[in-house]
Design a protein around this ligand. Sequence first.
Ligand SMILES: [Zn+2]
Length: 398
Amino acid sequence: MNTPATATAGPRIVAHELIRTLVAFDTTSRESNLALIHWVRDYLAGHGIGCVLTFDDDKRKANLFATLPAQDGNATVGGIVLSGHTDVVPVDGQPWDSDPFEATLVEDRLIGRGVADMKSFSAIGLALVPELLRRGLTRPLHFALSYDEEVGCIGVRRLIADIAARHIKPSGCIIGEPTGMRPVVAHKGKRSFRCRVRGHAAHSALTPLGVNAVQIASELVVFLSQMARRFRERGGFDAAYDVPYTTVHTGVMRGGTAVNIVPRDCQFDFEFRHLPLDDPDELLAEVKRFAATLVPEMHAVDPATFIEFEQLSSTPGFDTHGGSEITELGKLLSGAHEFGKVSFGSEAALFHNAAIPTVICGPGHIAQAHQPNEWIALEQLELCDAFMRRLADRVCTA
Ligand SMILES: [Zn+2]
């Protein structure tokens, strides 16, 4: 499948067709990713490489872990993991100018859902498999493809548990999230929550008899906005991050049914992306303390009203300072002189906490991810391709 693109059609990297193939699978997190996983499984099988799949409870989604063993047969110790998530964020409601699931070349950009976040990295790594096998490896090289990263780094936890159970001990992991091919050794933590407000419905001519859930929820959202402003203006700050302070954000809000009904229900989803120095438990506690001040007035009308919070996801922060073999390798392969820190979360902390030192380094930029017309510059694909080739030169015997 990894035939070179034609002269008129595209970038000068062999992975071009493989990127197009992976993008063509609609792996929006709510969908099954099995078609993509099975394609990669068959691709690797075509090169004599087996895979281990770990599934979600419903067997609708799977992680894939595959090992290219060293020439001496070592498949477990001291290898390098190339890690990418297979899922992408929804395109619903976004004004795309082309089919999001058909990677489209426009001038010096490839456009499509997942081209930056983060199918290109996985494709460029996979495209190199025939060459790696031909040249022979001095140490194992592993591919780790996960599901449900975008909804809280859920899938990879099972993949990591599985490789530990099978006594596979990689010496490091490279996660190809879009960093502009800059090695990144720290990222913020993320917690997301759903808040449900139960009010009391009434005819809108008789508002004092109701408890307006939309208005209560709005007060909470405004409180979150005020917290966001406080962090932006007063910190704490860590200038090494692209956004150098903790951010607070409401992403979804739903409530009410008609303008002439005092709404009974409203819910909204919000998140904290916190610097290591800010404690996410304390941030939530602050919101809950404010919520508690709204409740007496609600209960005065109807004791059944409430405000409740549910945690949707938790991605631990990742805060290392380099210094491991894999971080130095990330620097060497990318040609960077220093490490970066980023605001978006990733699976890095989960690998790191499982004693697998990790660096994040992948093509494209996070600013172009999750957007309509998500794109990646061909130059970034070429830099990633060069990175992988330098990796091959270091891990191959010939
Ligand atoms: Zn990602």
